[in-house]
Ligand binder design. Structure first.
Ligand code: ADP
Length: 247
């Protein structure tokens, strides 16, 4: 979070730097089954973010000491490609990607019926091709679609969404400038139907009142994002039906 006071992020009409209203999401689209070799996959474009997710499994967890005798372990690996940001990013894991992989793994663990696959692992590879703020929530949203497209039993889809504070106002889904120069960012992961929060992090400061406002914006947007996820999965089944019809 920067503090550049000379950068105006909300204009006199209450519109944001990219013309959005405070409650508007950036353009969002999701496609499933974009990779032939993976068991499930999804591609998401959310604002300027472009992220590919591949799912493999469930299969026997390896190394063996990572096995859980009661349930499957979800191993999400978040990776930013070298060309995903303005300055070439040094390839390989860093503290940030290890942290994001961990919080996404935990959020997905709550959505998948992991108890059906003791000793197994499910790999979720999240490749950020282009980053534009909010990659963890975009990656999480796409991961949940990729898992469902792999046919892995799930109790619910996880929706990722963030809200934050810019120029003293609470707004939904921060863009890059807002993330850089805003006062707070609150990314969340929510189980779509139950509303249970499975990921929550915060960068910057919010009062209790602001936090409640931000959460409300996120919960409202969750429904819209869930519809897009479901539409992406329905598209898959429509395409399968057409294929079968053409045989
Ligand atoms: P998130 O992408 O989930 O919002 P951060 O708040 O850590 O996570 O990052 C915000 C944005 O900052 C990223 O989406 C990306 O555009 C940019 N960013 C993150 N890491 C780097 C990096 N190593 N080099 C350049 N830009 C980065």
């Amino acid at each position: 979070m920067g503090t550049a006071s000379d950068i105006k992020l909300i204009d006199e009409n209450g519109l944001r730097i990219d013309g959005r209203s405070p409650t508007e999401l950036r353009p969002l689209k999701i496609e499933t089954d974009v990779l032939d070799r993976a068991d499930g996959s999804a591609y998401i474009e959310w604002g300027g973010n472009k992220i590919l997710v591949a799912v493999y499994g469930p299969r026997e967890a390896y190394p063996k000491h990572t096995q859980d005798i009661d349930k499957a372990v979800i191993k999400a690996r978040y990776n930013m490609s070298a060309f995903s940001v303005d300055e070439r990013k040094r390839p390989g894991p860093d503290r940030r990607s290890v942290e994001i992989s961990k919080v996404i793994s935990e959020a997905l663990q709550a959505a998948v019926m992991v108890e059906q696959f003791p000793r197994a692992q499910i790999d979720v590879f999240i490749e950020v091709l282009q980053a534009d703020a909010g990659t963890r929530i975009a990656g999480l949203t796409a991961s949940s679609v990729a898992l469902a497209s792999a046919g892995i039993p799930m109790r619910d889809l996880v929706v990722g969404c963030a809200a934050g504070k810019v120029d003293g106002k609470i707004v939904l889904d921060l863009g890059k400038e807002e993330d850089n120069f805003g006062q707070a960012d609150l990314p969340m992961g929510i189980l779509a139907r139950s509303g249970k929060i499975v990921l929550m992090q915060m960068d910057g400061d919010l009062t209790e009142d602001e936090f409640n406002q931000a959460t409300e914006l996120i919960m409202d947007a969750t429904r819209r994002i869930y519809e897009i996820q479901r539409e992406a999965l329905a598209g898959k089944y429509r395409a399968m039906a057409i294929e079968r019809g053409g045989e």
